[in-house]
Write a protein that binds this ligand. Structure first.
Ligand code: FAD
Length: 499
């Protein structure tokens, strides 16, 4: 284990000074908060980061980071947070459809933009991964292809938090933020924190970052309408000593008669399985549902570990939420991470979007004087538009793929099958889609092109299946498939780009 895995002492966690004005207060030390804290501290800002629980959390979220997220960590000089935690390198995905398999490898580095090094943040080689028991420097630095990584979320969070807390300009505080403070012009001036043994204390800052995550209380500071929608759930389990079909790959298990199932190894011992359920409200008898609607579709090599986990019945359900971003248009406030923007976790893009946002944010405002709140606000408004090419691709891809993979209508099922057959063609039919998934191709235009290429390929397959005599029927079916594709894709893309 590396130095970052040594927990910081907890005695100082309640002493933060409330007499000074910080440059920044950060609400939440999940994935995003510590990266902002460390970045701003390295830029010379005085930062207070408030987290309600600094002890290592046990969550099933954020366990597979796409290569785009790893690259963002490099840009921020925080990539060594994947070291010393028994992390598992990820080199691509394997997609199973009714028992058939397609293996997809992440793109070549040569086909991707160069990794940016954010000024003042990258130093002393902190943009390079270190050698440890499971991560090899040579593989990450010298491999010709991009790599992602999977890990136990809490261990990764500990590393991020410790990197932030090692920065001399960072003060860490344990407490529950209960209010965002405002002046009489409704501008944000800090946060009220409920601290064990100190009571409710006001802290002031030029800029307050809200990164309180999935269940954010304070995202509504942007607008009362900034509320996520819930369309589906995942039921997670831990598989132990699982024999995964494709080592170092994420697994997406699809079929015409079941919901998508995700499987990825997160440590030497533990493999995460997430089973999709097409509603935010889960069945009462989870075990019964898993036995009937999931177990029969689990690949043979995984069955022993799956069956053991099912027998134990330790289910971890999680609602999947969608929330398009809003502009940060309140003086003194910046909402970021899942508090700002969420997508379907099927494609494992949440951390990548959030971390890329931090990179962009550091470029936009990192060198500004935060007491000049008008200039900061202007830059935050620009940032809303500049982040769109990147986040819209990951967000729309997640929603569109979930609609196809969880197909519950005839036309969606056709698109699902067409999508898999499109992948089976290989070449650019997998290389381009995987670049979107990996967070390496920020081009909504190209995403649109590929999505409709899949739709037209599905229609072509229909024509082939029907033959000459079935032409009128195939024409009608083709039209319905096209309409379905437009409905699944277009509203989300427009919502992301115009909103
Ligand atoms: C089922 C599921 C699976 C997912 N899997 C993946 C994946 O494989 N890959 C991926 O990239 N993304 C994944 N995601 C998304 C990913 O987890 C998020 O994008 C990421 O965690 C967002 O980071 P964040 O810092 O914004 O919020 P969080 O990580 O949620 O952190 C928020 C922090 O704020 C703290 N906090 C909240 N309120 C307060 C308060 N009032 N006072 C003080 N502290 C507070 C919390 O304790 C927490 O530490 C998944 C999401 C779900 C739902």
């Amino acid at each position: 284990m590396n130095s970052h895995t040594v927990d910081m002492p907890t005695t100082t966690l309640t002493n933060a000074d409330n007499k000074i004005t910080y440059d920044a207060i950060i609400v939440g030390a999940g994935v995003i908060g510590p990266c902002i804290a460390a970045g701003l501290a390295r830029k010379g800002k005085k930062v207070l980061i408030v987290e309600r629980e600094w002890a290592q959390p046990d969550r099933i979220v954020g366990e597979l980071m796409q290569p785009g997220g790893v690259r963002a960590l490099r840009s921020l000089g925080m990539v060594q947070s994947i070291n010393g935690i028994g992390a598992i390198p990820v080199t691509g995905y394997s997609v199973f459809y009714d028992g058939q398999e397609v293996d997809i490898t992440y793109p070549y580095k040569a086909d991707c933009a160069r990794v940016e090094k954010v000024k003042d943040l990258v130093k002393d080689g902190n943009d390079k991964v270190l050698d440890d028991e499971t991560i090899h420097t040579s593989e990450y630095e010298d491999d010709e292809r991009e790599r992602g990584v999977a890990f136990v979320h809490g261990r990764f969070l500990n590393n991020l938090r410790n990197i932030a807390r090692h920065e001399p300009n960072v003060t860490a505080l344990q407490g529950d933020v209960i209010q965002i403070l405002k002046n009489d012009k409704q501008e944000v001036i800090g946060a009220k924190v409920d601290i064990d043994g100190r009571g409710k204390v006001d802290f002031h800052a030029h800029l307050t970052f809200v990164c309180d995550g999935i269940f954010s209380h304070f995202r509504s500071e942007l607008s009362p309408e900034h509320v996520p929608s819930i369309g589906s759930s995942f039921v997670g389990m831990s598989l132990f000593d699982a024999d995964v079909p494709a080592k170092n790959h994420g697994h997406v298990i699809l079929g015409h008669n079941h919901m998508p199932i995700l499987v990825y190894q997160i440590s030497a011992e533990e493999t995460r399985i997430l089973c999709a359920y097409n509603s935010g409200k889960l069945p009462k008898d989870l075990k019964g549902w898993m036995t009937k609607d999931v177990q029969p579709f689990i690949p043979k090599s995984l069955r022993p570990s799956f069956d053991a986990a099912l027998a134990q019945g330790k289910f971890k359900p999680m609602a999947n939420k969608y929330l398009p971003a809003r502009a940060n248009d309140v003086t003194g406030l910046c909402v970021i991470g899942d508090a700002l923007n969420m997508r379907h976790p099927l494609t494992g893009g949440g951390m990548t979007v959030g971390l890329q946002d931090v990179v962009l944010l550091m470029d936009k405002i990192g060198d500004l004087d935060f007491s000049d709140r008008e200039t900061v606000l202007d830059e935050l408004l620009d940032y809303h538009f500049e982040r769109k090419p990147f986040d819209s691709v990951i967000n729309v891809l997640s929603i569109a793929l979930y609609s196809l993979f969880a197909a519950d209508t005839k036309n969606l099922k056709e698109l699902q099958k067409g999508c898999f057959k499109y992948f089976q063609r290989g070449g650019d039919c997998v290389n381009v889609p995987v670049a979107f998934l990996a967070g390496l191709k920020p081009s909504p235009f190209q995403l649109t092109r590929v999505f409709f290429a899949v739709a037209f390929y599905t229609i072509y397959l229909k024509f082939e299946e029907r033959g000459f005599l079935g032409l009128p029927m195939a024409l009608l079916e083709g039209l319905m498939i096209l309409i379905t594709a437009v409905r699944v894709f277009t509203p989300f893309l427009l919502g992301e780009l115009i909103g």
